[in-house]
Design a protein around this ligand. Structure first.
Ligand code: AR6
Length: 190
């Protein structure tokens, strides 16, 4: 059962749920990647393992061709053995003292770029997104939730006027406390 479930006026369902992103029946999932798309630990490790070797291979090919993926930017691979068609590898910021406000802006942009890539480029109807940067990259969970909400709001504002393919956006995480904070943050805000 979702912790938050709200459908916007434009008919886009926004969900916050607890669970494993690799199991989601959606068109695209977002990965919390690093700039070299080395999917070691965290959600990246889980996605890479569940998707099979093609995920890491396509990722390395992408970096070889286009270079490292900058903070807030995305790179797309196929989903391999996962139920999703696409993986949107997104690089969130590393939480750095003295750069808090910049890091928050960078994560807002990361979220906005994921949603734009899913809709405008991939023509996806559904996408799942984890709490990027809040694990190994160390962003406080509340700051992460605030930034993801801002990115979502920015996207939804623009989705009104343009043709948005997305019908369902799921924010999903394995960590209970993170899910609670996301749900509390999104409540009455979307
Ligand atoms: N399903 C859903 N959420 C998950 C799963 C899962 N299977 N596994 C972990 N999480 P992190 P980051 C949540 O550390 O902070 C990697 O080494 C977890 O609870 O995966 O952006 C990359 O290669 C947390 O809330 O991402 C990078 O080097 C969230 O995923 C670096 O970590 C994000 O935690 C990226 O660090």
């Amino acid at each position: 059962t979702p912790w938050f479930d709200h459908t916007t006026r434009e008919g886009i369902q926004i969900v916050v749920a607890h669970g494993d992103i690799t199991q989601q029946q959606v068109d695209a999932i977002a990965n919390a990647a690093n700039e070299s798309l080395d999917h070691g630990g965290g959600v990246a490790g889980a996605i890479s393992k569940a998707g099979g070797p093609s995920v890491q291979k396509e990722s390395k090919d992408h970096v070889r061709r286009h270079g490292r993926v900058r903070v807030s930017e995305t790179a797309v691979t196929s989903g391999g053995k996962l139920p999703c068609e696409y993986i949107i590898h997104a690089v969130g910021p590393k939480w750095e003292r003295g750069h808090e406000e910049m890091n928050e802006r960078q994560l807002r942009k990361t979220c906005f770029n994921i949603l734009t890539k899913a809709s405008a480029t991939l023509r996806a109807q559904s996408v799942a997104i984890p709490a990027i940067s809040s694990g190994i990259f160390g962003m406080p969970k509340q700051k992460c939730a605030d930034a993801l909400l801002l990115g979502l709001q920015q996207f939804l504002k623009r989705a009104k006027s343009s043709s948005c393919t997305l019908r369902k956006i799921i924010f999903i995480d394995m960590d209970q406390e993170t899910v609670k904070i996301l749900a509390d943050t999104f409540n009455n805000k979307v």
